[in-house]
Design a protein around this ligand. Structure first.
Ligand SMILES: Cc1cc2nc3c(=O)[nH]c(=O)nc-3n(C[C@H](O)[C@H](O)[C@H](O)COP(=O)(O)OP(=O)(O)OC[C@H]3O[C@@H](n4cnc5c(N)ncnc54)[C@H](O)[C@@H]3O)c2cc1C
Length: 485
């Protein structure tokens, strides 16, 4: 059936959520979809944003719908083949296979962000060019209200302006979303539903920088001793102490010809952020990693680029409770509906690898709700908000508690976390009706919603509290008994 209103969409942001939403809508029969993306291309390489994604069962709900999971698997390293080599300061190495805590877990796939975004973009160019146009180097600079319609003002790199008047605006423009900020301005202090509510986490504020290394770079002076692209590495430095110790973290890539990226994650007061001259950085890296033949790995240009880069900061966990707004009657083509998806509505540090997966799940849930409401936006958008809100809230709490201590900020806290993790694992195996594994494991089960995971985690915390209380009581009774006699 031809629906007159299933057309005329503007998606702001061509990242995973934006291109995923475009493909989801086109699959549902929507047409005239325009994606605005300020970057130059889908696979644009930005060294400091060249992190790897692990697309898990949750994210794969969308890739399955789009029939892209086999292509995703082709481009990726599966988590079932995740091998990690630790290279110590003296060059000794140990390779371990990452344990699979839950054998029933769906295989997850590791690939670089650019490769994932390009997978979606290639699908658009190969099959959907008639219905979706992606405008690169085009930024949404303003959103205006005009009676019951919204006007999207765009500007291209050559300063050409264009005004679009869509039926549906999808805000997929990341943490600093112009869509969310505009919705907030229009509230004029009457509500703060489009303001990001922020929650503390021990990993917030950590700074990161990325070194780009050649594909299959040499690991030592020995001929043929090369890094394997599908292997993850943790390369430790000779330095000690929180302001000097450093580590290179490399995640696996399927493509052996692609440059490797080494993440450096540190405290904001780490020495590396004080180094301003290229020669200082070069000397620091050579002293830190004598086990690596750095002169064969790092070009002077890469050291200069690395020195001048400001890197990035892990964001504070945050979300906004408002996820939609409607003007007029979009289902009669006389109004505009706005929805926020992905980082535009929820954003947090990468501790649990759910940034991209939760964004893809947002898109998948919107698909399910559009299917239930026959794509009637006036019904679908409020229903999306009421269904997704509790899960987003739970997700942000899970980010705070699941594994924020993994970056070695505090050895004692990391040890306490490990004790808690293994205690829950053991008890859940012995008494599965009373205890659940740690939320870090539960998150890998894509069949559980974030709210269900948080409820199970809180339930186990309560049960542990009762167990500890009973242990103390038993001890006190026994102690009193023996003292009396
Ligand atoms: C260092 C780091 C490591 C991470 N690691 C992981 C990880 O391991 N696993 C994981 O799941 N997640 C990770 N994330 C988070 C993940 O990248 C995000 O959650 C995910 O990209 C969200 O996708 P999105 O499409 O909602 O937003 P984004 O990826 O931010 O995409 C938004 C897009 O909108 C464009 N845009 C913004 N404003 C405008 C505008 N006005 N006009 C036009 N275009 C615009 C931007 O150029 C961008 O392409 C990491 C994040 C960081 C910073």
């Amino acid at each position: 059936m031809n629906h007159p209103y299933k057309k005329n969409v503007v998606i702001i942001g061509g990242g995973p959520a934006g291109l995923g939403a475009a493909l989801m809508l086109v699959k549902r029969g929507w047409t005239e979809i325009t994606v605005l993306e300020k970057r130059p291309s889908a696979d644009y390489y930005e060294p400091d944003k060249s992190f790897s994604y692990q697309i898990d069962g949750r994210g794969q709900k969308l890739t399955y719908l789009l029939e892209l999971t086999p292509k995703l698997a082709d481009l990726s390293v599966p988590n079932t083949d995740f091998y990690f080599t630790i290279i110590q300061k003296d060059g000794t190495r140990k390779t371990i296979k990452l344990p699979i805590a839950d054998s029933k877990r769906k295989t997850a796939y590791w690939l670089p962000r650019a490769a994932f975004v390009d997978l979606f973009y290639q699908e658009i160019t190969q099959h959907w060019q008639d219905s979706i146009q992606v405008l690169f180097q085009t930024e949404c600079v303003e959103i205006k209200q005009n009676q019951d319609n919204l006007e999207i003002i765009t500007q291209s790199r050559d300063k050409q302006q264009l005004t679009l008047t869509p039926t549906l605006v999808v805000g997929c423009d990341g943490l600093n979303s112009i869509v969310r900020q505009t919705l907030h301005q229009w509230q004029q202090g009457t509500s703060d539903s489009f303001v990001m509510q922020q929650f503390p986490s021990p990993s917030t504020g950590l700074r990161y920088k990325v070194l780009t290394l050649p594909p299959q770079f040499p690991l030592s002076e020995t001929a043929g001793d090369l890094a394997q692209s599908t292997m993850a590495y943790g390369i430790r430095s000779t330095f000690k102490g929180r302001q000097k110790a450093i580590s290179l973290g490399l995640l696996p890539f399927k493509n052996p010809d692609q440059p490797r990226t080494a993440n450096i994650i540190t405290y904001p007061d780490h020495e590396i952020w004080q180094l301003e001259a290229t020669a200082e950085v070069e000397q620091f890296l050579k002293q830190a990693f004598p086990q690596l033949p750095l002169e064969k790995i790092l070009s002077p240009e890469e050291i200069a680029r690395f020195t001048s880069s400001d890197g990035g900061k892990f964001p504070i966990p945050q979300y906004c409770s408002g996820l939609h707004q409607i003007w007029g009657q979009p289902q009669d083509n006389q109004g505009t509906g706005v929805i926020l998806l992905g980082d535009a509505a929820h954003c947090f540090p990468p501790d649990i690898g759910q940034g991209v997966n939760s964004a893809l799940e947002d898109v998948y849930l919107l698909h399910e709700i559009l299917a239930e409401t026959q794509d009637n936006l006036s019904e679908a958008l409020p229903r999306y908000e009421s269904l997704r809100q509790p899960d987003i809230k739970a997700l942000i709490r899970l980010v705070q508690i699941s594994y924020p201590w993994q970056y070695n900020q505090d050895p004692l806290q990391k040890k306490l976390w490990s004790v808690n993790f293994f205690l829950r694992l053991l008890l859940s195996r012995g008494f599965p009706l009373l205890f659940n594994p740690h939320s870090f494991i539960l998150i890998q089960n894509h069949e559980l919603s974030y709210s269900e995971i948080l409820a199970k985690s809180n339930g186990t915390t309560k049960a542990l509290g009762i167990l500890a209380g009973l242990a103390i009581l038993t001890f006190a009774i026994l102690f009193g008994y023996f003292r009396y006699y």
